[in-house]
Design a protein around this ligand. Structure first.
Ligand SMILES: Cc1cc2nc3c(=O)[nH]c(=O)nc-3n(C[C@H](O)[C@H](O)[C@H](O)COP(=O)(O)OP(=O)(O)OC[C@H]3O[C@@H](n4cnc5c(N)ncnc54)[C@H](O)[C@@H]3O)c2cc1C
Ligand code: FES
Length: 327
């Protein structure tokens, strides 16, 4: 049985227990959200031994070299000392410059960081509140062009962070950002390659960044964006996207609804069926899939089976808070 030492306390872990579960069971207010290795909010630092197998998967090299690891993926096989990451300077302070409604449940948040924050539009950042509450959000704009970070946040019922952002956060408010992470960003080169962008809800955020970046770089291949929602109320940025489609003949914008009436630009049905009908063979396509986790995991398989190369399928599943586990 392994133990961890954290802030001068030694905690015994049950066999197979993760570091995160051990910390939470001991009453430590350890930051976390998805508990499944997707959101990166639970990162901590190993001080004396190498992080447990698999707990550094997907982290950038500079973080791995610092001994950072995901506590929700870490099942230690030997005793280890760990620390929080607050003193490592991973976070950059930021001031809120705008909070505005994009739809009944989506707000646009704009942030200006105190120092340059290198990232590619579409990557996700960890947004950290002053009290340490942390959640991941995808960037939705072209950073080099705009000079700020834009996030699209869907307000979730009883959501600690999204509720606070939508209802309490105001211009002038202070937060911090950490990251960036993720592989959903526009890759330069091969401007003739067709691009498939599929997302539901605020899965549109990274796709909007990728689309703008591609168009700004005169991407000449076909670009197809499928924006999915249950009904029209679940859509946002419709006017902006329609305007872009008018301006760029290689960009096709399709709204995919489960409920409603089919009309120009709107198709009714499951998004995967609409995709199959529109693009029966995906060989040679580069695909970006973002948003609802079940949809992203399912579409990833289908896009691969449709002929896309697995290395050309980029996905960010917005895995949210998982229920606490009983010890
Ligand atoms: C890589 C990544 C990128 C993301 N990008 C965005 C983005 O661009 N925009 C965006 O709006 N969100 C995004 N998210 C989701 C975001 O990080 C938060 O999870 C979301 O905003 C909810 O946080 P919250 O604190 O408001 O809700 P929480 O307080 O964490 O949870 C709210 C409620 O949801 C319930 N819940 C949610 N999921 C589950 C589940 N699986 N099982 C059980 N209960 C559940 C909880 O019980 C809780 O009551 C992203 C997530 C990831 C991992
Ligand atoms: S990555 Fe560990 S809680 Fe999300």
């Amino acid at each position: 049985m392994a133990s961890i030492e954290y802030q001068g306390r030694r905690l015994e872990l049950a066999p197979g227990e993760t570091v995160l579960d051990g910390l939470l069971a001991a009453g430590v207010d350890a930051p976390h959200s998805c508990r499944s290795g997707h959101c990166r909010t639970c990162v901590a630092r190993a001080l004396d031994v190498a992080p447990p197998a698999g707990s550094q998967e997907g982290l950038k090299d500079s973080w791995r070299e610092l001994g950072l690891f995901l506590t929700c993926r870490a099942v230690p096989t030997e005793d280890m000392r760990i620390a929080a990451t607050d003193d490592l300077g991973l976070e950059v302070g930021a001031t809120v410059t705008a909070v505005e409604r994009l739809s009944h449940d989506v707000v646009r948040l704009r942030l200006e960081t105190d120092e340059p924050f290198e990232h590619r539009g579409g990557q996700f950042v960890t947004l950290v509140r002053v009290d340490g509450l942390a959640r991941s959000y995808s960037t939705a704009n072209v950073p080099g062009r705009d000079g700020f970070i834009e996030l699209h946040v869907r307000e979730i019922a009883n959501g600690a962070m999204s509720g606070w952002i939508a209802r309490e956060l105001k211009p002038g408010g202070r937060v911090a950002v950490r990251g960036p992470e993720g592989e959903c960003f526009y890759v330069h080169g091969r401007p003739e390659q067709p691009l498939l962008l599929v997302g539901t809800g605020t899965g549109l955020a990274p796709l909007f960044a990728i689309l703008q970046e591609a168009l700004a770089h005169a991407h000449s291949g076909r670009i197809v964006l499928l924006q999915g929602a249950v009904d029209e109320r679940g859509l946002y940025l419709v006017d902006e996207l329609r305007a872009l489609a008018k301006l760029h003949p290689n960009f096709e914008y399709v709204r995919c609804l489960l409920r409603g009436e089919a009309q120009e630009g709107i198709e009714i049905g499951a998004i995967d069926a609409i995709l199959r009908a529109r693009i029966p063979a995906l060989r040679g396509w580069r695909a970006y899939l973002c948003g609802n986790p079940e949809l992203v995991f399912d579409l990833r398989k289908k896009v691969f089976l449709g002929g896309a190369n697995s290395k050309e399928i980029h996905a960010d599943a917005f895995v949210m808070k998982a229920p606490a586990l009983a010890r």
